[in-house]
Design a protein around this ligand. Structure first.
Ligand code: NAD
Length: 494
């Protein structure tokens, strides 16, 4: 059954979407248009006006004015909490529209957008709404001989925050940044990926309706190298929170250096899945398959390297291959589809050539390994074995439904192979031996580790990378503190 797009979404898509600066929707100083293409068909489904550098300057200025006059951060914590809670409810009210936009613009399965991503975005605002009334500093007793002080710290919003998001989870990425930034009291300029601007622009409407004041939230679709880089170099931007590839993250660090701009970088991954001989394979195999085939592998924590104990290795390979073969790859609007397309033709070409190079480097194709139907940007779920650990297919992020499976003979070998990567975003350990699992968590180089699970996001648990998977954390109190400066006050008492 093909899901019928609602009339509200059709109306939204009928005209190029305008963008938000200082509470006004505008077409941009150049009138340049971004064409929004449905990855499931390759056809244009809508468009958005692209922001120009002058629009970005206006947005930053508006955010700065809003920050300085305290129209947002000056509200009581309870008022701000109430607005963020209202926003969560409005996201749920418009869940169908947002899910349809995520499916049409980002190639997601409609069911998972409607029941997974959209409610999670709402929950993110709800979670951080709760922190607004709890954030505070500490009291200290300084140890200066002969003097008595009342010492305390404050957690103040850092200022104007530029939030730069990728295409692979446009709405959720935006929520993961906007919610803590607003909870902290910052004013924001959101730059969604030029590949998937629509859900962020729609979110902007709801944010206005919820009562976020003009200028506090500005949304600028546009090119990364023009608008993104301009925001990063802007002397008024106090904080940049970026989610995207490691290569672009590196450029951001260089560009932010001039103003010593605070940076949070959520970058790429090549996350290992360690399946020991004593694992519950009935759970491990389908979860590992979902960890790499979910969202067609376009997930930062995708389990793209599987290491299986020698005794269970063949069962793991066979189980993954069977699941891969049973996937129904198709449009996200088709309820029968279990895996959608890749985001673009160019990205599919990248995935295809990486798999081809992996094969010429010695990997064996158990199943998949080629493009799917040419009506959209489909790629078959792919299981590879026999790839040497130093080859590109094992070392580099493919960002597609491609997994390399390798056997191991000991815990030490599993650990060594898992850590043999420049990335360190996520990992999972599958074993019935809790002591072994806990022992491994100390040495496994990953920002988040699941034991007997993979890929489950939890708003209370900080997430982010070690090594070249990033700097800083989202979620939890750490995620909120990414948008605050801790300042100390020492009051000398008489
Ligand atoms: P990307 O790095 O190409 O782009 C990300 C964003 O940065 C886009 O908005 C883009 O327009 C912008 N950008 C590009 N060049 C820029 C520049 N020079 N200055 C400032 N901004 C610039 O990434 P992508 O292809 O959109 O997303 C996929 C990548 O994101 C993958 O590597 C994936 O692992 C990563 N990712 C990481 C996480 C995480 O939490 N660690 C989550 C999702 C995605």
């Amino acid at each position: 059954m093909i899901h019928e797009i609602s009339s509200a979404t059709r109306t939204f898509l009928a005209e190029p979407a305008q963008f938000l600066v200082n509470g006004k929707w505008r077409q941009g100083s150049t009138g340049e248009i971004i064409e929004c293409v449905d990855p499931a068909s390759g056809q244009q489904i809508g468009s958005a006006y692209a922001a120009a550098v002058t629009d970005a300057d206006d947005a930053v200025e508006a955010a700065k004015v809003a920050f300085d006059d305290k129209r947002w951060r000056g509200k009581t914590p309870s008022e701000r909490q109430g607005i963020l809670l209202r926003l969560a409810t409005l996201i749920e009210r418009d869940a169908q529209i947002l899910a349809e936009l995520e499916t049409l613009d980002g190639g997601k399965l409609y069911g998972s957008a409607l029941n997974g991503e959209v409610p999670h975005a709402a929950e993110t605002f709800r979670y951080y709404a709760g922190w607004v009334t709890k954030l505070g500093g500490h009291i200290f007793e300084p140890s200066v001989p002969g003097r008595i002080y009342h010492g305390f710290t404050r957690e103040d919003p850092v200022g104007v925050a530029a939030l730069i998001t990728p295409w692979n989870g446009a709405l959720v990425s935006a929520a993961w940044k906007l919610a803590p930034a607003l909870a902290a009291g910052c004013s924001c300029v959101l730059k969604p990926s030029e590949m998937t601007p629509l859900s962020s622009l729609y979110l902007g409407r709801i944010m206005q309706e919820a009562g976020i004041p003009d200028g506090v939230i500005n949304i600028l679709p546009g090119s990364g190298v023009k608008i993104g880089a301009h925001l990063v170099r802007h002397s008024t931007v106090a904080k940049v929170s970026f989610t995207g590839s490691t290569g672009v993250g590196r450029q951001l660090m260089a560009n932010g250096a001039e103003n010593l701009t605070r940076l949070s970088l959520e970058l790429g991954g090549k996350s290992p899945v360690l399946i020991f001989d004593d694992a519950d394979l009935d759970v491990a195999i389908p979860t590992a398959a979902e960890a790499i085939f979910g969202n067609a592998g376009q997930v930062c924590v995708a389990g793209s390297r599987i290491y299986a104990g020698r005794k269970v290795y063949q069962r793991v390979v066979d189980g993954l291959a069977e699941i891969a073969l049973n996937h129904k790859v198709g449009a996200g609007l088709d309820a029968a589809s279990t895996m959608g397309p890749l985001i673009s033709h160019a990205h599919r070409e990248r995935v295809r050539t990486m798999v081809d190079r992996g094969i010429s480097d010695g990997a064996n194709v158990v199943t998949g390994g080629a493009c799917g139907s040419d009506d959209g940007f489909y790629f078959q779920p792919t299981v590879l074995t026999g790839a040497a650990q130093e080859t590109e297919i094992v070392q580099e992020e493919v960002f597609g439904p491609v997994v390399a499976v390798s056997p191991f003979d000991s815990e030490a070998e599993a650990l060594q192979m898992a850590n043999n990567s420049r990335y360190g975003l996520a990992a999972s350990i599958w074993t019935g031996d809790t002591s072994r699992a806990l022992r491994l968590t100390e040495d496994l180089q990953a920002g988040i580790i699941w034991i007997n699970d993979h890929g489950i996001p939890e708003l209370a648990m900080p997430i982010g990378g070690v090594k070249q998977s990033g700097i800083g954390r989202e979620h939890g109190l750490e995620g909120l503190r990414a948008y605050t400066e801790t300042r100390s006050v020492m009051l000398r008492l008489k």
